[in-house]
Write a protein that binds this ligand. Structure first.
Ligand SMILES: [Zn+2]
Ligand SMILES: [Zn+2]
Length: 148
């Protein structure tokens, strides 16, 4: 990944952690890792239909850089499709606007400024069974129940 210029702060994380192919046993070692800026480039260019210049502006990177990230992401998707590999979305040179959580009981997603006081519960159902999406997506996770 090109270092230096910080990527746009992400306000939302993908709704799933990845994809598993039919017919194949789940095996993370064979999985392809799509990092968050690759996901974001695909989302902006393919899903939202932006031209590369606009996607680059939104991601706060240069046009050649966004094209490079996008082409890498497309290559990975086609590899997963053709080779029957799972896709894991995680890591990358991104910042988040806060600490993202998902409630295990009601699936509600919410963001807090910091998790330092350790006393966080779901604002909808008050459950304390929470998954740290920030940890799961940014640092990489095999521990939470959703990722197994
Ligand atoms: Zn809840
Ligand atoms: Zn996880």
């Amino acid at each position: 990944m090109p270092r230096g210029k910080a990527l746009r702060t992400l306000h939302e994380l993908p709704i799933v952690k990845g994809f598993r192919p039919f017919w194949m046993r789940p095996n993370y070692r064979q999985g392809i890792v799509l990092c968050l800026e690759e996901y974001e480039a695909l989302r902006l260019i393919d899903y939202e239909g932006l031209i590369h210049e606009d996607a680059a502006r939104k991601m706060n990177i240069s046009r050649p850089t966004v094209t490079r990230i996008y082409e890498k992401a497309r290559k990975k998707l086609s590899q997963a499709l053709v080779e029957g590999r799972s896709i894991l979305i995680e890591g990358g040179d991104v910042k988040l606007n806060g600490v993202h959580f998902m409630c295990e009981d009601c699936n509600h997603r919410f963001v807090v400024e910091s998790s330092l006081n350790g006393n966080i519960c779901c604002p909808k159902c008050q459950s304390r069974r929470l998954i740290s999406l920030s940890e799961c997506f940014v640092r990489g996770c095999r521990r939470c129940r959703r990722c197994r």
